[in-house]
Design a protein. Structure first.
Ligand code: HEC
Length: 122
């Protein structure tokens, strides 16, 4: 006459095992936000900062963004590039606030020291 007792014990044990399995699964989730890796890939490693979206959107629409990201130019030369894009390459002039964001970003990370390549910039 021990059978009913065994059966009563099986269900809670099974539930508890399921709970442990789910708990372990939840804790096994990667610590890092998977979106940030995807973002890094999408943005070609551009450091996440103000102006990234603008540079990516405005400067990657006609040619590869890599054409921009492989440069290391001073702010003055970046300004010349923007002038040249408008004058020779039919780029629409950037709105003043966007232009400043783009130049700030390019100067900060794609200046002669190419800070974007340093791990600290990430
Ligand atoms: C309307 C299209 C267009 C847009 C928008 C555009 N470019 Fe260009 N860009 C060109 C063309 C066309 C070339 C020359 C052809 C090539 O090399 O692919 C070029 C070339 C370049 C070069 C190569 C060197 C040079 O001076 O020719 C750089 C650097 C550059 N662009 C930067 C930028 C930046 C920064 C932006 C965003 C502010 C931008 N471009 C937006 C069309 C554009």
């Amino acid at each position: 006459m021990t059978a009913p007792c065994v059966r009563r014990a099986v269900l809670p044990a099974a539930l508890f095992a399921t709970f442990l399995a789910l708990n372990a699964w939840a804790e096994g989730e990667p610590e890092t936000d998977p979106e940030s890796d995807q973002e890094q890939a999408l943005f070609r490693g551009m450091p996440d900062d103000v102006g990234r979206l603008e540079v990516f959107g405005f400067c990657g629409s006609c040619h590869s963004i890599d054409l921009v990201l492989q440069q290391g130019l001073s702010r003055a030369v970046w300004e010349d590039v923007l002038v040249e894009m408008v004058r020779d390459q039919e780029m629409a002039p950037l709105q003043p606030d966007i232009r400043v964001k783009v130049l700030d970003y390019l100067e900060e990370y794609y200046g002669p020291d190419r800070k974007a390549l340093s791990p600290k910039a990430k």
